[in-house]
Design a protein around this ligand. Structure first.
Ligand code: GYE
Length: 332
């Protein structure tokens, strides 16, 4: 791995302290470096998190911070609180700090070319994690680590093909994630492609709940007021599903029975509701990719080439499973 000048390390620490002082309104944990012993050979990783909108995201942040400590990677962590401009600013600050590697989870797919060109000019490799970017210049990033969202959408559809086997028509409503984000686009298209061959299924409305619990509830209230018949809710994440379930219960309906619910992520609260029969299927999407990110950061800092795409192993949890009671506790 490339040795880092002590002066650069000290400069980075001072700058980080300044950022901490300037962001007095942000939670303490939003801007931090690891406390691991610093030395000149330590890899310096700038990571821009997109926000803290869900239990998934909070689990992802924890996984990255814990893994950095374990791996002895010095982490400069910034939280963009759902704003692309803040992510771009964070990436620019990492370039100014001359970090060894930049990693970030892009809130939406478009609009990254300029800042990534700056990173390329500075000779800093950029790894994208969790979500993807849309670019015509693939050389702007060195690789991706995260989930296969298209496969997740297909798995959600596959569950419904089995669950709704006996039903003549199936009316579906969809609460999607953040508009123009990779999980929103790919989960939506995987789901549609899986059901495309079966004319019984109709998605009567799709609305965005921005991956937020509060918006999931609002979206479901609106959907219930506009549609007399809803057989299925496909929700792009568990946080929105938890909000939607509140709305369904407040409307006097039984989630999981009157409306079949398919959700994505696999946070503990959703697995608990699956066991209670209020959710029918949870498509797993794991946020626990911190160790993989640190291993890749070390390889990149050492000048190695990494695979273009690394996907997490994921499964489906559903009411058809017999192992739900023996599942180990989820870490998010
Ligand atoms: O499903 C959702 C989060 O990008 C995979 O973002 C992630 C998604 C996840 O807010 O809960």
């Amino acid at each position: 791995m490339r040795a880092l000048p002590a002066a650069k390390r000290a400069f980075a620490t001072v700058l980080t302290l300044c950022v901490c002082l300037l962001s007095a309104c942000a939670p303490q944990s939003d801007v931090a470096t690891t406390t691991a012993a610093e030395d000149d050979t330590q890899v310096l990783l700038g990571f821009s998190q997109l926000g803290s909108e869900s239990a998934w995201r909070i689990g992802n942040t924890k996984s990255i911070q814990d893994a950095a400590k374990r791996a002895g990677v010095q982490l400069m962590y910034e939280n963009a609180e759902q704003k692309q401009e803040k992510q771009i600013k964070a990436i620019r600050s990492f370039i100014a700090y001359q970090v060894d590697v930049i990693a970030f989870s892009p809130i939406v797919e478009d609009g990254w070319d300029n800042v990534l060109e700056e990173a390329k000019q500075a000779g800093i490799p950029v790894l994208i994690t969790d979500r993807r970017i849309n670019t015509t210049d693939e050389s702007l990033i060195v690789g991706f680590v995260g989930s296969d969202f298209y496969a997740e959408g297909r798995r959600a559809g596959r569950f419904l093909l089995e669950k709704m086997a006996g039903q003549e028509t199936v009316t579906i409503v969809e609460i999607s994630g953040t508009v123009d984000s990779t999980p929103m686009r790919a989960r939506g298209s995987g789901f549609r492609d899986e059901l495309a061959g079966d004319a019984r299924f109709t998605i009567v409305e799709s609305v965005s709940g921005d991956f937020l619990r509060s918006k999931g509830k609002e979206c479901m209230e609106g959907l219930l007021s506009r549609h007399a018949v809803i057989d299925v809710l496909f929700s792009h994440n568990d946080s929105m599903t938890l909000g939607a379930i509140e709305a369904i219960e407040e409307a006097g309906l039984a989630p999981g029975k009157d409306i079949v619910i398919v959700t994505v992520d696999g946070e503990q609260a959703a697995i608990d509701l699956l066991k209670e029969g209020k959710i029918n299927c949870v498509v797993e999407c794991t946020p626990l990719i911190g160790d993989m990110i640190m291993a890749l950061a070390k390889r990149l800092a050492a000048g190695e080439t990494i695979p273009r795409n690394i996907y997490s192993d994921e499964r489906v949890f559903s009411e058809f499973d017999t192992d739900l009671d023996s599942l180990p506790p989820r870490e998010y």
